[in-house]
Structures are given as C-alpha cells and as structure tokens.
Design a protein around this ligand. Structure first.
Ligand code: NAD
Ligand code: ZN
Length: 360
C-alpha cells in the first residue's frame, strides 16, 4: 500500500464537565451482568470524591487504582490481563483509563491483550496485533502526550521500550474534559505539556512532514505558545487549549514521526527510568544543533515558568551504561530518518550521542 490507511478515535466528547456523561456513554455498551467495566484510575485520585463519585459501579464493575511512579511494563500488563481472566467468566464490556499517558496506555494495552493470545512483549512493534481489542475508553486528566489519540501504547519490555502500534490500539471513545486537569502540579503540567511542544517541533521539522501532519502540528504549536508564553489566558482557557494542543500534537505525529529528543529520551528512560515528560525536557534542552528555534522557545518557556531541570543525571555512568542508552536511541530508525533523513547513519555517530548524554 502506497499510503497508510489510519484509524482514528471513533467518538469524542469535549467540554468542561463532560465527564458527568461517562455513565450514560457506557450504559449503551454494557454486554451483560457478567461482562464488567474495568476502570483503571491514576492512584492520585484515590479518595477524591469529586472525581470518583461520578464513576458508578454496577454488577461486577471494578475500579483499580494505578500507581504512576513508573511507566508501564509488559509484565504489568500481562498480570492485569491474567487477573481479569481469572476473576470474570466473560470478557469485560469495556476498559476505561482515567489518568495521564501511563494510565491511558495501560487501558489500551489491556484491552488489546484480552483478545490477543500470549505475552504483550511479543506485540511490541508495528502491526503485530491480530484481533480487535475489547471496547476501550480514554479520559485524560493531564494534557500533552497525545496518548488519547495515538495508535500506540508504549511499554517497557524485557528487551526494549517500544509501543504496540496497531489499527486496534486507538480508543473507541475519548472524553476530553479539561476540568479534570485542574489539580495537576505545576512542574508536571510543564513536563507533560512540553511533550506536546516537542512532538510539534519534531514533526514540523521532520523529513516525513506532509500537509496532513503540518496542519495539526502548526495548530498545536500555536496553542502551546499561547499556553506557555502568552499571559492573557484564564486558567480555564489555558486548560482547554492545552488539551486540544495535545490532541493536535498527537494527530500530527500519526502521519509522521517524532525525532531526536524522543530517541535520546527513550535511552534515558530504558536505563535510568526517567519518565517521558521530564526526560524529553532534559534532552531537548541540549538539542539546539538540531532544533535551534524550538530549543530557543523551550528555554523561554522554561524561564517564564521558573522550571529547574535536574542536572548531571548521567555524570556517574559507566561506559557500558552510556553504550546501552546509545544502543536504545540508535535502534529507533524511523525517528532518526524523520529527523535527519535517509542518510542519517552517516551523520549521527555514537560519539555525538555520547557527547549529548554527557551534558545531561
Ligand atoms: P503520567 O501518566 O506519568 O502522569 C504524570 C503525573 O501526573 C503522575 O504522577 C500522575 O499521578 C499525575 N497526574 C495526572 N493527572 C493528574 C491530575 N489531574 N491531578 C494531579 N495529578 C495528576 O504522565 P504523562 O506525561 O501524561 O504520560 C507519560 C506516559 O505516557 C509515559 O509512559 C509515556 O511513555 C506515555 N506516552 C504515550 C504516548 C502514546 O501515544 N501512547 C505518547 C507519549 C507518551
Ligand atoms: Zn512524547
């Protein structure tokens, strides 16, 4: 096939307070008393009546609170799937993820692995999933990753950190309620928001760019500038706009790719467990040779919001450890090809990556 035929999220609600409609939306999808809805909810909402009182449990429905100190692992997904299979006699009516990129990715991955046999590590890659997932719903409570629109769920497996990219991965339903983001701590708001900004820069400057990606990328880029550099937005406007920036940023990379920042940040994450948002910030801060304008804007945003990034996180690493990170980064061919071009292997050397990692 010359041009990829991409699936999209089939239904989306947008609006402040739209989370109130969750029950009604799900009711239409219930398959019976023995087919529960399983809600994965970020642990940060445990005991938060404002949010949890709007999730009504019927029959065998269940809420699981998910710790988000670490990014999802394939073994964790396999465990959640096994728990569901052992506990219930029928497949769930639906899997609902309420949280940031971590929880949304968990919901996507569990819904896929309930209908596809074996271990999730064997599906990391492109188009390895054979059967449609269980109905799955994504409800972001922090904005930036674009996980709510993407056709991937990013997992760390025994060998690599890589997404399960498939036509069955995107959510069947997304609820975009910007009010859910009201209590995100400031640093985290910046880190996850910058994930979106970096997606835009990597997409817009990439060699894969086409008018489809550009149209979404430019919109997201403009919204990020309004949110992070403008000073005339109300809190509500800022939340609304960042949620839409995340959506557009995610759409922009659907038909292109990310680039240098993500490649290096995957290395940090794999070896040191550095989380995606902050990892991208740590890396992007040193990428002026690759993205001069984007990095200059990033530094302005960082200054404006008085964000201090951790420094020296690689200072005590051994040669062997640097090599592991470099291997992970260099294994991501499509990212480099997008960033640099087909001849990237003649331009990107191990010593260039080593120099960059040593600065971080
Ligand atoms: P996250 O899910 O780790 O959440 C960050 C922190 O914010 C957590 O501590 C969480 O408890 C807290 N939080 C979330 N909502 C909150 C709220 N409303 N109030 C208070 N605290 C809140 O962070 P993230 O940056 O959204 O996601 C990162 C993950 O997303 C990584 O695992 C990354 O691999 C993945 N990712 C996936 C895609 C994709 O397309 N599937 C794209 C980019 C990133
Ligand atoms: Zn990202």
């Amino acid at each position: 096939m010359k041009y990829r035929n991409y699936p999209m999220v089939s239904r989306v609600v947008f609006g402040r307070g739209s989370f109130d409609q969750l029950d009604e939306i799900l009711a239409a999808k219930r398959k019976g008393r023995n087919a529960p809805f399983i809600f994965y909810v970020d642990e940060v909402f445990k005991g938060n009546h404002w949010l949890t009182s709007r999730i009504t449990l019927s029959y065998k429905d269940k809420i699981l609170y998910i710790p988000t100190k670490e990014e999802p692992k394939t073994s964790q997904i396999d465990k959640y799937v096994e728990d569901i299979i052992l506990e219930f006699s029928e497949l769930p009516s639906g899997i609902i993820g309420i949280g940031g990129g971590i929880v949304m990715d968990i919901a996507k991955a569990v819904s896929l692995m309930l209908t596809n046999k074996g271990e999730s590590k064997d599906y990391q890659g492109w188009d390895l999933i054979k059967y449609p997932a269980v109905y799955h719903v994504g409800i972001p409570t922090i904005s930036g990753t674009g996980a709510e629109v993407s056709r991937t769920t990013i997992l760390t497996g025994p060998e690599r950190k890589l997404g399960i990219n498939s036509d069955y991965t995107p959510f069947d339903q997304v609820i975009l309620d910007p009010e859910l983001t009201k209590d995100v701590p400031k640093n985290q708001w910046f880190y996850t928001g910058m994930d979106c900004f970096v997606h835009c820069v990597e997409s817009l400057t990439g060699t894969y760019l086409n008018a489809f990606s550009q149209s979404y990328g430019e919109k997201a880029f403009q919204l990020c500038k309004e949110v992070f550099l403008g000073n005339d937005l109300s809190k509500e406007e800022s939340q609304d706009k960042l949620m839409m920036a995340s959506w557009h940023g995610g759409m922009s990379i659907a038909y292109s790719q990310v680039g240098v920042a993500h490649a290096l940040s995957y290395g940090l994450s794999y070896l040191l467990g550095v989380k995606h948002g902050i990892g991208n910030c740590i890396v992007f801060n040193h990428l002026e040779d690759y993205y001069p304008e984007g990095v200059a804007l990033f530094k302005e945003m960082k200054q404006e919001h008085q964000i201090q990034l951790p420094q020296g996180i690689c200072q005590d690493l051994s040669d062997e450890q640097f090599n592991i990170m470099i291997d992970v980064a260099l294994s991501l061919d499509p990212l480099w090809e997008n960033a640099i071009g087909k001849n990237w292997k003649t331009i990107i050397t191990r010593s260039k990556l080593l120099d960059l990692y040593k600065k971080m």
